[in-house]
Design a protein around this ligand. Structure first.
Ligand code: AMP
Length: 585
C-alpha cells in the first residue's frame, strides 16, 4: 500500500515538473520574442553594439591583434580595416586549431564543437562553435516555437499537453586531432544534456534514444513507429521539407511492417540498431492489435491526405520549405492535404539569420534577428566586383536583392555567406527577407546569372506539357563547357516513365521560352547564338535518391542534406549521365 501511494506521489510530482518545464519554455519563447521586438525597433543601435561587443570580446585573440580590434571604434572603421572574407580566409587557422588546439588564435572562449556544413555547393567546412554562438541559435529556436505553437494550436491545446513527431537523427560526434568534438550541435547537446533529454520526452513522441540512431532510415522508421502509437500528435517537425517527404514515403512503403510491429509489440528485426537502443525501445512496446487494425484500415484506403486520417489533431508541419526545399512542397501536399506548413527560420551553420514571424505569408519570409550577428549586405549588382560595397541592416531597399555578409561571435568577420535574399519589407527597423538562391548554384556563362528559381519555374511549366499526372521529382543542372556550343544541361526526374521524344523537344522549347522571359541577359546571348539551346536529360526513377546516398556516403550529414542545383563534381556528373535516358541525345 505505501508503495502505491509513493508511486502515485512520484507520478503526480513528475507531472507537475513536466507542466513547470512547459510553462518555463513557453515563457522563454515569449521573452525571446519580446526581445526581438525591442531589438528590431532600435536595430541600427543594436547592430552597432553587437559589432563593438564582438571586437571587444575577440581583441586579444591572435586574429584580433592582427587587425587591431582594440582600437576600432566605429562600423566604418571596422569596414575599412577588415576586408570581406570567405571560408578560405579561415581554413588554415581552423584546420590548425582542429589539429593542434589553441583556440585563442581565433576566438577568446573555448570551442564547444566544430560544426560541419552540408557542403551542398562547395567544399565541406568546419565552423568553430562557441557557447555564445550556441546561445544565439537557442534563442532563435525559442522564438520560432513562440510563433508556431500558439498560431497553429488552439489555445487549449497549447496550454495543456500536445506532442510533435520530430524527424531528426543525429550522427555520432567524432573528434578532431586536438580533441574538440566535431559534428552537429544537436548531437553535442543531446549526448551531454539531461535537460534536452527531458525536453524530448515531454515534447515529442519518440523516446530520446531514437534521436541517437545514426542510420537515418532506421531512425525514421522508429520515429514513425512511436508516432503511430499516439493519437495526440499536433505537429510534425523536421529541419527541411525533404525530411518530411522522406518520412511520408517511408510510411507509404513500409506501413505493413510498422503495423505488424504495433500489433505484436516488437521492433522490426531488419532495422540497423545498436543492441542497447533496440532493448530500450523493445521495453517500451506492448502488443496493440486494436490500434494495428485501425491503422491498417486507413493505410489500405490509400495515402492521399493520410496524415489527418491517422492524426486527427495534426495542426501544422514545421519545416523549411524555401530555397532548394520548395520543390518538395507539392509532393508533400499529397500526404498532408490542407495541413499548413510553417517554415520557421533561416540560418546557416555559421550564424542564425532570421525568423518567420508571419506564418501565413507566402512565400515564407524571415525577419533578420539583429542581435545574433553583425550583418552587411552586398547589392546583387555588385557581387561580382573585387571590392563590392556593403549596406547596413537598416538601409536595405524593399524589392532589391542582396548577398548576406556576417560578422559572428565565433570568429568570422565580414564573411560572405553566399546566399542571396530579397528585401520584402520591414519589421520595425529590421528587414524582412525572402531567400532567393545560393551564389554557388547560379548558372552563368556570360554573366547572365540564371537563378535556381528561374530554372525551377521553367521546368515546372515545361513538365505540365507532359500531362497533369506528371510531377517533377527532383532536378539539378550543369554547365557544359567542354564542347561547343556552351550550354546548360538540366537533369530532371519525373514521376512517370516517358518515351515521347517529340514531347521532350516541346519541353525544351518551353524551358527556353520561360528562361528568356525571366532573364533578359540569357535571351540576348541565346539570340546572338553565344550559347546553345538548353539540353534536358530525363533520368531514371530513383536517380536523385541514389545521388543523395552517394553524397551522404561521402560525409554530408543526412539531416542537413540539400540537393545541389548545380553539379560540379565529375563523379556526380558521370553518375547522372549513366542514369540519363539515351533518347535525349
Ligand atoms: P548548412 O550550413 O550546411 O546547414 O546550410 C545553410 C544553408 O542552407 C544556408 O546558407 C541556405 O543556403 C540554406 N538555408 C537554410 N535555411 C534556409 C531557408 N529557410 N530557406 C532557404 N534556404 C535555407
Amino acid at each position: 500500500m505505501p508503495k502505491i501511494i509513493l508511486s502515485k506521489f512520484f507520478d503526480y510530482f513528475g507531472r507537475i515538473q513536466e507542466r513547470l518545464l512547459v510553462y518555463m519554455l513557453q515563457n522563454l519563447g515569449q521573452r525571446s520574442l519580446k526581445n526581438l521586438q525591442r531589438d528590431a525597433i532600435k536595430a541600427a543601435q543594436v547592430q552597432q553594439n553587437v559589432l563593438m561587443d564582438i571586437l571587444k570580446l575577440q581583441k586579444n585573440t591572435e586574429y584580433g591583434r592582427r587587425f587591431n580590434f582594440a582600437v576600432i571604434k566605429t562600423v566604418a572603421n571596422f569596414q575599412s580595416v577588415h576586408p570581406l572574407s570567405t571560408y578560405e580566409n579561415y581554413r588554415y587557422i581552423i584546420d590548425n586549431i582542429a589539429s593542434q588546439g589553441n583556440f585563442a588564435q581565433l576566438v577568446s572562449e573555448p570551442i564547444m564543437i566544430f560544426q560541419e556544413t552540408s557542403g551542398t555547393s562547395g567544399k565541406f567546412k568546419l565552423i568553430p562553435t562557441t557557447k555564445r554562438l550556441f546561445s544565439n541559435f537557442q534563442k532563435a529556436f525559442q522564438i520560432t516555437r513562440a510563433i508556431g505553437e500558439p498560431y497553429y494550436l488552439n489555445q487549449k491545446a497549447y496550454k495543456t499537453e500536445y506532442r510533435g513527431l520530430a524527424l531528426f537523427s543525429i550522427r555520432p560526434l567524432s573528434f578532431t586531432a586536438s580533441g574538440v568534438p566535431q559534428g552537429s550541435l544537436t548531437a553535442g547537446g543531446l549526448t551531454q544534456s539531461k535537460f534536452i533529454e527531458n525536453l524530448i520526452r515531454l515534447r515529442y513522441t519518440s523516446p530520446p534514444c531514437i534521436f541517437l540512431i545514426s542510420n537515418y532510415r532506421s531512425a525514421c522508421y522508429c520515429h514513425l513507429l512511436f508516432g503511430l502509437l499516439r493519437s495526440d500528435i499536433t505537429y510534425i517537425t523536421a529541419n527541411f521539407a525533404l525530411k518530411v517527404l522522406e518520412a511520408m514515403q517511408t510510411l507509404e512503403r513500409l506501413w505493413p511492417r510498422l503495423v505488424n510491429d504495433i500489433e505484436y509489440g516488437r521492433i522490426d528485426e531488419s532495422l540497423e540498431l545498436d543492441t542497447s537502443i533496440r532493448e530500450k525501445l523493445q521495453s517500451l512496446l506492448k502488443p496493440n492489435p486494436a490500434l494495428a487494425n485501425a491503422l491498417r484500415t486507413e493505410f489500405e484506403k490509400g495515402f492521399n491526405g493520410i496524415l489527418t486520417r491517422i492524426w486527427s489533431q495534426l495542426s501544422y508541419i514545421e519545416c523549411i520549405t524555401t530555397g532548394s526545399m520548395h520543390i518538395y512542397k507539392e509532393s508533400l501536399r499529397f500526404y498532408a492535404g490542407d495541413i499548413p506548413f510553417y517554415s520557421p527560420g533561416y540560418g546557416a551553420t555559421e550564424s542564425f539569420i532570421g525568423v518567420n514571424l508571419e506564418p501565413e505569408r507566402d512565400p515564407p519570409s524571415y525577419v533578420i534577428t539583429p542581435r545574433v550577428a553583425f550583418f552587411e549586405f552586398i547589392p546583387v549588382s555588385e557581387v561580382d566586383k573585387d571590392m563590392p560595397n556593403t549596406i547596413n541592416l537598416t538601409s536595405l531597399s524593399i524589392g532589391e536583392s542582396y548577398e548576406i555578409v556576417v560578422t559572428t561571435v565565433a570568429g568570422l568577420y565580414r564573411y560572405r555567406l553566399g546566399d542571396v535574399v530579397k528585401c520584402v519589407g520591414y519589421y520595425h527597423k529590421s528587414p524582412i527577407v525572402e531567400f532567393l538562391y545560393r551564389q554557388g548554384s547560379l548558372l552563368s556563362l556570360y554573366s547572365e546569372r540564371v537563378t535556381e528559381n528561374t530554372i525551377f519555374v521553367a521546368l515546372t511549366e515545361a513538365i505540365k506539357l507532359l500531362g497533369n499526372d506528371c510531377k517533377l521529382v527532383d532536378y539539378t543542372t550543369r554547365l557544359e563547357i567542354s564542347s561547343r556550343p556552351w550550354r546548360y544541361v538540366i537533369y530532371a526526374e519525373i514521376s512517370k516513365t516517358f518515351e515521347d521524344l517529340l514531347n521532350l523537344k516541346l519541353c525544351q522549347d518551353k524551358i527556353e521560352q520561360v528562361i528568356c522571359d525571366l532573364n533578359e541577359a540569357y535571351m540576348e546571348i541565346r539570340n546572338e547564338n553565344r550559347i546553345g539551346p538548353i539540353e534536358i536529360k530525363l533520368v531514371q526513377k530513383d536517380t536523385f535518391e541514389m545521388l543523395k546516398n552517394i553524397i551522404i556516403f561521402k560525409g554530408t550529414s543526412d539531416s542537413q542534406f540539400k540537393m545541389s542545383r548545380l553539379v560540379k563534381d565529375s563523379n556526380q556528373v558521370e553518375f547522372l549521365e549513366t542514369r540519363s535516358y539515351a533518347f535525349t541525345k
